[in-house]
Each structure stands twice: as structure tokens, then as C-alpha cells.
Design a protein around this ligand. Sequence first.
Ligand SMILES: NC(=O)C1=CN([C@@H]2O[C@H](COP(=O)(O)OP(=O)(O)OC[C@H]3O[C@@H](n4cnc5c(N)ncnc54)[C@H](O)[C@@H]3O)[C@@H](O)[C@H]2O)C=CC1
Ligand SMILES: N[C@@H](CC=O)C(=O)O
Ligand code: NA
Length: 434
Amino acid sequence: MEPVRVALLGCGVVGSEVARLLREQHDDLAARVGAPLELVGIAVRRPERERPGVDPSLLTADAEDLVRRADVVVEVVGGIEPVRSLLHEAFRHGAGVVTANKMLLAEHGPELFEAARAADVDLYYEAAVAGAIPLIRPLRESLAGDRVRRFLGIVNGTTNYVLDQMDTTGAGFADAVERAQALGYAEADPTADVEGYDAASKAAILASLAFHTRVPGDAVHREGITGVTAADVAAAARLGCVVKLLAIGERVPAGADGGPEGVTVRVHPAFVPRSHPLAGVRGPFNAVFVEAEAAGELMFYGPGAGGTPTAGAVLGDVVAVARHRVHGGRGPGESAYADLPALPMSRVLTRYHVRLEVADRPGVLARVADAFAAHGVSIEQVRQQAVGEGPDRTAELVVVTHVAPDTSLSETVEDLAHLDAVLDVTSVMRVEGE
Ligand SMILES: NC(=O)C1=CN([C@@H]2O[C@H](COP(=O)(O)OP(=O)(O)OC[C@H]3O[C@@H](n4cnc5c(N)ncnc54)[C@H](O)[C@@H]3O)[C@@H](O)[C@H]2O)C=CC1
Ligand SMILES: N[C@@H](CC=O)C(=O)O
Ligand code: NA
């Protein structure tokens, strides 16, 4: 049987593990594919550098030439260029592609899917969202007969690790980020993780699949975790919650006021009740709930980051693409027929937890309550506690709202910040997952 020629682009945290598994599982992979997988080269920036366990004769700095010698191109470099051009070259040359690159797919997915379709080859990307967890294939294939209403989950291992460390060990933010980098969870620039860009790319990919509609990364409302403080984590604990960075996509029906049907997609930190299964997702693990009309509620859970688990997902895609080379056929292409608009945050319904430092004098509570009422926001809970002694005494006021449109809630917070009696708005966090 002719071997299937595999080119590996990148030999970092994920790539080095892909190379190892290709070598160590050679016979099993050959049996599953129906032909041997031959690693024909590994494109790296510095081929002269020694890499333990990697045959130096495979290393090359000429990625373009390598791509032209392959039937399947595995891209685990990351970023946009040069990989975008290299993948186009792979398609032009008739090679199938496996990538773990969510940023590239969120920014340039449609053109890459179109190029794969035109060349009649595969584009697979299981590792791009939630690492090792089978999630892309269930959405693309298993749920192709269903109608997804909503997904809600934790899709970034680095930020989940950082928030978990802050919650359970009292670690500082910077220390926890450094540990996530050392463990291979973080992106080359961890800003992509902590500012929510990585999760937003993944949310865009999930929304595109779930709702059969193109959702670019910049249509996702994004807030990272750099503003989350130890005080927020402690406030969450007092409320029986934990802080998690969530990715949420919802299909929104047409509004009674004439607002169109569409989808909302957002990434932000939120309080999640400790009784909710997402609260128990620890360290670099990810979990995603998918709510579909026929299937009901599904939960996908597992390692969301790390070299070996991610390489496992990449290899699963390599087997699928290689099987098509050997036996014929092609995996599903892009499905964007629904063409729903991405709606603004005014169409999102959520709850807020607001912590204020206020003057401790008569009438303050009433004025705060009036600000919420002016925007039609109903209050579920208020707690007040005196801070300090004597004439300088202030009060900490914690307000938890009922569900309301996100913009009504954010406008309320803006008004509160301008009230004389409000000395500081110390924390604003959404409450999700109830
Ligand atoms: N580390 C993880 O847990 C996960 C990573 N991913 C994705 O996998 C991809 C790779 O991630 P990591 O392995 O963690 O990154 P990494 O930074 O460890 O590895 C990337 C490698 O590509 C090399 N490189 C850069 N430019 C190159 C070029 N022009 N030609 C050849 N090599 C080049 C770098 O020197 C580096 O060794 C990224 O898209 C990332 O988002 C996806 C899921 C999980
Ligand atoms: N940096 C990412 C890696 C996986 O996609 C994360 O932390 O989840
Ligand atoms: Na996955």
C-alpha cells in the first residue's frame, strides 16, 4: 500500500508530541488508516537546533517545499502568516489539512473552507477548540440533524487554571499565568488567553458550527480575566459561586419589538454557582454544554490544553483525513446556510452582581435602588455592611439582580458610578449557569 505522506508544520509543545505519537503508534495508525503514515518532514524555524526524539534529517526551514511533498499537512505553528499562505499552498497542491489554529479559523475560516472545497480535500480542526475534547466532530456530524439552541462552557485551559489557582491556593494572578506557560497550556503570547482572544476565537468557531452561520472572531463580545481580583474571587465564594471565564453562544428568536432573529456570542468572566457542573471544572480542563432541541442537554468534558492531549486530537484528524486519501470521500465542509446576524449585547439576557462602596447615610439605599428601577432592572438580593468606624464610616453594598438585558444592566452601572453617594463601583460581574 502506498504510504500517506504527512508534513508537520511546527515542533513546539503540540508539534513535538504529534511527531512522537506518529512514530510510537505507527503500526496502529497504519492499521486504522489502511496505509502507513509516513512523516516526510517537520518545518521549524531553526533546523540546526537539537530536538530530543526527533530525527534531525526530517527538519527543514523550507515549509513551502515540504507542503508540496505531502498528502496531509498538519499545522501546529499558530498565528496567521505564514501559515495562512502555506495552507492555501497545501490546498492548491491537493493536500488535506489538519490544524489546531483557532485564531486562523476565526479570522480566515471562510476563505480556507472555500479553498478546501475547491480542491476537493479535507480541512479538519478538532484540536482548535477545547483541545482533546471531541467537540468539533459532534457538532459538525453527530448533531447535523438537530437544532442547537445554546452552548455554554469553559474553552480556555490557561484562564481556567489561573482562576482555579486563585480560588483554591490563593495564588496571585501573575504567578498563576507563569505556571500555565511553563506547563504548556498558554499561547505563545499569553495575552491571547488572559484577555479572552483565544476563547473568543473558539466561541466564534463553535457558534459558526452550532448555528450554521458565519461568526467572525470580532463579532464576539469579549472580556478577559485581567480585571478579576482576589476580592472578586472572595465575593464569589461568599455568594456560593466561583469565577469562570465563560464562552456563551445563543440563538435568539425575533424580538417582540421587531428585533431580528440572530445569534449572540460572548466571552467574559462570570460567577457560576458551586452547585453547577462547570464550577467543578478544574485546572486546564474544559467543559462545554450544548443544548439542542432533540438531544436536550449534552456535556463535553476533558483536557482543554497541553501538548499530549492536544496531539491526540490532532492525530484523530490525521487518521480521518488519511482514510479519505486511501478509501476516497471527504469530510463535511463549511455549513453557513442559515446566515443569521450576530446580535449586539442589548439582546443578551443576564444577571449582574454589583459591589459598591457607598456613603453610610440615610437615603443612599433608596437612591441606588432607584437607579436600577430607572432601567427596568429588578433586584433579587441586597446586602449592606458597614466599613470602618466614626465619621469616615462607609458601607459596602452588594446587589444581585434578576435577569435583564445586558445593556440595561451596564447602563445602570454607569449611572450608579455618577451618583454622589456612590464612592466607588468596586466590582461588576455577570452571574450565569443557574
Ligand atoms: N498548547 C496547547 O495546549 C494547545 C495549542 N493549540 C494550538 O496549537 C498551535 C501550536 O501551539 P503550541 O504547540 O502550544 O505552540 P508553540 O509555541 O509551543 O509551538 C509553535 C512552534 O512553531 C514554531 N514556528 C513559528 N513560526 C514558524 C514557521 N514559520 N515555520 C515553522 N515553525 C514555526 C515555533 O518556533 C514553535 O516551536 C497553536 O495554534 C495553538 O493555538 C491548540 C490547542 C491546545
Ligand atoms: N492556550 C489555550 C490552548 C488550547 O487551545 C488554552 O489555554 O486553552
Ligand atoms: Na477539541
